[in-house]
Design a protein around this ligand. Structure first.
Ligand SMILES: Cc1ncc(COP(=O)(O)O)c(C=O)c1O
Length: 366
């Protein structure tokens, strides 16, 4: 096995086993409520029974695929409902590599660690494009590294862990690069509802046979445990995605898809706006307090992570464990996201205790 297990669960388990109270800023689990439609949908589903308790179509409940397609302005046939964006990313990468049109997968550094893990699991070779200090991805740097051996280019906007939101021209250029070198652009957009900059641009804005968009309801509806996501695949990659999804899972969870469909139809804009506002406020509060800790930090344009650097205290696993034990704050070590952020830590703002967390950090680094 030459792929690595992502370290999120390791840090979460270390924090849970600690001999003190620890503020969890590791997980990507929202601490706010799902929309009411989710609960209503689950109750409704419980009373259905019979055929509604049986396998849904492998590619997802037809009405859910149609609802997603209508909202994203794509053909319902292009939509495969998956076990979260995690599976959608896996299907997209596998389909790109299955074409035998190269083994290399271009990723950013820093990177969401599941991408290199999946790439290696599928027999591909990760190659990294460092982003700027502020998280900006320069398409020229991607073009420089892309070539005939590039099977896929994987990007994530709004970005975990940098918080960068790639503007429209960047997305268009990335699709263009994928087309020019015969690769597939995989655009993971799970944080699309958490854009504070107003600049978010989906890769769906550019029609192309060379791009796959992945997304899920894990973050937007605060239901990471439901495992409902989707991929939007161009015609040439659809069969590969559907077949792999069917062989690996048979199908997805019907009650979860039912509830998501109900919530998609009944949730108003205010729900998403309130969650966005809450996070934006937390970012401001946390970063203000980080000033007191003498930390350098990123101010995210999107997603829900802040990266911070403390002088003389690099972002290693050993130091993350020290922060848990001695400061009572659990964050992810930057080294798990790549070389460029090895001095940093990533803090997920999924707790109301951001001020307390920053105070604990300030006390620790005093
Ligand atoms: C960038 C990114 N993609 C995918 C996922 C996984 O999403 P899902 O729960 O839909 O599988 C996460 C979760 O943190 C993420 O940060």
């Amino acid at each position: 096995m030459d792929y690595e297990t992502p370290q999120f669960f390791r840090v979460m388990q270390y924090a849970a086993a600690a001999d003190r109270d620890v503020i969890d800023m590791v997980s990507g689990n929202p601490d706010w409520d799902a929309p009411a439609g989710i609960t209503e949908g689950l109750h409704e589903y419980a009373d259905l029974g019979g055929v509604d308790y049986q396998y849904p179509p492998s590619e997802g409940l037809t009405e859910l695929r149609e609802e997603i397609a209508a909202r994203r302005n794509v053909d319902p046939e292009s939509v495969v409902v998956t076990n979260g964006a995690g599976e959608a990313n896996h299907l997209a990468l596998a389909a790109a590599l299955d074409r035998e049109a190269g083994r290399e997968v271009l990723l950013t550094d820093p990177v969401y660690p599941y991408y290199p893990g999946k790439t290696k699991l599928l027999g591909g070779t990760p190659r990294y494009v460092p982003v700027a200090d502020d998280g900006r991805l320069d398409p020229a740097a991607v073009r420089e590294r892309a070539g005939s051996d590039t099977a896929a280019i994987v990007v994530n906007t709004p970005n975990n862990p940098t918080g960068a939101v790639y503007p429209e021209d960047t997305m268009a250029e990335l699709v263009g690069i994928a087309e020019d070198c015969g690769a597939v652009l995989v655009s993971d957009e799970v944080y699309d509802h958490f854009d504070y900059s107003g600049k978010f641009a989906s890769a769906l804005g550019v029609d192309s046979a060379h791009r796959v968009v992945t997304n899920s309801f894990s973050k937007s509806m605060a239901i990471t445990g439901f495992r409902v996501g989707y991929g939007i695949f161009p015609p040439a990659l659809r069969d590969a995605a559907r077949t792999r999804h069917m062989l690996a899972n048979v199908t997805g969870s019907r009650p979860a898809q039912y509830a998501v469909l109900k919530a998609l139809r009944s949730t108003d804009r205010e729900y998403y706006a309130a969650n966005r506002d809450r996070l934006e406020e937390r970012v401001a509060t946390f970063t203000d307090a980080l000033d007191d800790a003498g930390a350098e930090y990123s101010t995210p344009d999107g997603a829900f992570y802040v990266m911070a650097r403390f002088s003389g205290f690099p972002g290693t696993m050993a130091n993350a464990e020290r922060l848990i034990d001695e400061a009572g704050v659990a964050g992810m070590p930057g080294e798990t996201f790549g070389e460029t952020r090895a001095d940093w830590f990533r803090f997920a703002l999924v707790t109301p205790d951001v001020v307390d967390a920053a105070r604990r950090l300030a006390d620790f680094f005093e």
